[in-house]
Ligand binder design. Structure first.
Ligand SMILES: [Zn+2]
Ligand SMILES: [Zn+2]
Length: 128
């Protein structure tokens, strides 16, 4: 299934999200999409396929207006949240809003939004 340049809900699919670039821990094909609000988000093939078939209004999270949904571009100490990525599932099976982050030290990793917001020190695991 090729989603490139397709419009699904508020999202326009830009291209494939390389697993190595975004530290994705999945074998599923993923796509980088741009939302109408300007934020980018990573979605799986399955997400987009389901949204297209069922006419779901996909968005980057901006329609939820939760404090966890618009962190892309913000900086937490030396760590910048780059793009919203696939949600991390916690021990209780709850999906958490997650961002692909890059630290000024060069280290890249995925962190859930609550962790970024709640940190009292630099969230980068490589920085002291
Ligand atoms: Zn949006
Ligand atoms: Zn760092």
């Amino acid at each position: 299934m090729i989603f490139k340049n397709k419009k699904i809900g508020l999202l326009t699919v830009l291209g494939i999200a390389e697993q190595s670039t975004y530290r994705l821990e999945t074998r599923t094909k993923c796509w980088v999409s741009k939302c109408q609000c300007g934020s980018k988000v990573i979605k799986t093939n399955v997400d987009l396929k389901e949204a297209e078939q069922r006419g779901i209004k996909e968005h980057c999270g901006c329609l939820h207006k939760s404090k966890y949904d618009s962190l892309a571009g913000l900086k937490f100490f030396s760590v910048t949240a780059i793009i919203r990525t696939l949600p991390i599932t916690d021990n209780a099976g709850k999906k958490k809003a997650t961002y692909f982050c890059k630290c000024d030290c060069g280290y890249e990793f995925n962190r859930d939004a609550a962790n970024l917001l709640g940190h009292i020190k630099n969230p980068c695991p490589k920085c002291p």
